[in-house]
Design a binder for this molecule. Structure first.
Ligand SMILES: CC(C)(COP(=O)(O)OP(=O)(O)OC[C@H]1O[C@@H](n2cnc3c(N)ncnc32)[C@H](O)[C@@H]1OP(=O)(O)O)[C@@H](O)C(=O)NCCC(=O)NCCS
Length: 225
């Protein structure tokens, strides 16, 4: 089982020092961690995202698809991104086809988020790929210690229930069900059902009679080898 600390990050984590002083230095340090394209994406997901996020019906689905196919690293097929979904650092998100994300979900792509095909993400679920550094010593407030990134990988045919939280560095195996309200801090086995805080296996889904990969190859290497 791997931990966030052991995984490589797709982009180098923000350097923790020297500590920033004042608002200007904090903003400068933040921008220093982004390429021009990433900074433009963060701007667009805030300002254009604010306009398209509340639009109802198929107009909203269509406009959000047009926006996020530009901002994501990759977005396959036609996704169903419902009203009020927040993507942050969406340049770090790669998603397959038939993605469904329900209202209020927050997906944070700063450390790299890969989502397979046919994935459903429930209302107010949150997926984090980065967290604050806290280990430099109490004399430096954590707000000035930078970030540690660890990518999250979600396999094909996964359902993440409402209000679940997926923590940095976790790999959600193909076919997993994450129960409502679970906090997932460990990798999940294919076709498992996990629930609780921290998430534990509470059941198993039926497995395919033949290897699902022979019908449709996975979007990415789910074993990470
Ligand atoms: C996980 C889920 C799918 C049910 O799976 P299931 O296999 O039918 O689960 P069961 O009801 O038989 O429960 C199995 C065990 O898991 C526990 N469990 C089920 N859901 C749980 C949850 N959300 N949190 C904590 N424990 C849960 C049950 O208490 C039970 O434990 P026990 O054996 O000690 O009594 C369902 O509980 C769930 O969370 N659905 C998500 C709903 C949702 O988010 N909807 C939004 C749609 S996008």
């Amino acid at each position: 089982m791997s931990t966030p600390e052991t995984r490589p990050s797709p982009s180098p984590p923000a350097p923790p020092g020297p500590p920033a002083k004042g608002l200007v230095a904090l903003v400068r340090n933040f921008l220093r961690t982004l390429s021009p394209r990433q900074a433009a994406t963060v701007w667009a997901e805030d300002w254009i995202g604010m306009l398209v996020r509340p639009i109802p019906g198929f107009t909203g689905f269509g406009l959000r698809w047009l926006l996020y196919r530009v901002l994501f690293g990759r977005l396959g097929g036609l996704p169903f991104i419902y009203k009020g979904v927040y993507f942050e650092h969406s340049y770090g998100i790669d998603a397959g086809s038939n993605l469904h994300v329900s209202a209020g979900a927050v997906l944070y792509g700063r450390g790299g988020l890969t989502i397979g095909n046919d994935v459903m993400i429930g209302h107010y679920a949150t997926i984090y790929t980065s967290q604050h550094h806290w280990g430099l010593g109490p004399e430096i407030p954590m707000i000035r210690q930078g970030h540690v990134s660890a990518p999250v990988v979600i396999g094909d045919d996964v359902w993440i229930g409402a209000h679940a939280v997926v923590l940095p560095g976790v790999r959600i195996g193909r076919g997993t069900v994450v129960a409502a309200g679970a906090v997932v801090n460990r990798d999940t086995a294919p076709y498992s059902i996990v629930a609780g805080v921290p998430a534990r296996v509470v059941g198993e889904r039926p497995r395919p009679a033949i290897d699902a990969e022979t019908i449709r190859p996975p979007l990415f290497d789910e074993e990470g080898s």
